[in-house]
Design a binder for this molecule. Structure first.
Ligand code: ZN
Length: 150
């Protein structure tokens, strides 16, 4: 088990476009496992690889018992809109209201290197959109209508 230090706002890597994963190899599997350990330790909902200092297009989201792991994720379709409060492990003590699509369809590779498609709504959809934004160097405070100190 490896828990990584979460990179916080101000770090350059959070503002970079993360690199595409060329091959799902043991290094990527290990990265996923370490991200899961780190997410659990931080008691978070989602994590993108740049948040542990790795510029790769890898995200994980855990909502309840559902764990989604995606490599090179792409949003294929968005539907509806709703606003809710969000936070981010890389931006301590700040929350904000963000409008996101209510339902999305996302495609990406799983840890077997197989192309999968996921339909998500509500919190799962929101968390996936938040994590995919991280891969573009976008933070929730960039898209929030309003932010708060918490
Ligand atoms: Zn975040």
């Amino acid at each position: 088990m490896s828990v990584y230090k979460i990179v916080e706002i101000g770090a350059e890597i959070l503002r970079e476009k993360a690199r595409e994963v060329k091959e799902v190899n043991p290094t990527i599997i290990k990265l996923l496992d370490n991200m899961i350990d780190t997410l659990h330790a931080a008691d978070g909902v989602g994590l993108a690889a740049p948040q542990i200092g790795v510029s790769k297009r890898v995200i994980i989201v855990k909502v309840g018992e559902v764990l989604v792991e995606l490599i090179n994720p792409v949003i294929l379709e968005k539907e509806g809109e709703n606003s809710a409060e969000e936070g981010c492990l890389s931006i301590p003590k700040i929350s904000g209201d963000v409008v996101r699509a209510t339902k999305i369809r996302v495609q990406g590779l799983n840890r077997q290197g197989k192309l999968v498609e996921i339909q998500a709504e509500h919190l799962l959809a929101r968390a996936l959109q938040h994590e995919i934004d991280h891969l573009e160097g976008i933070l929730f405070i960039d898209v929030a209508k309003k932010t708060y100190r918490s």
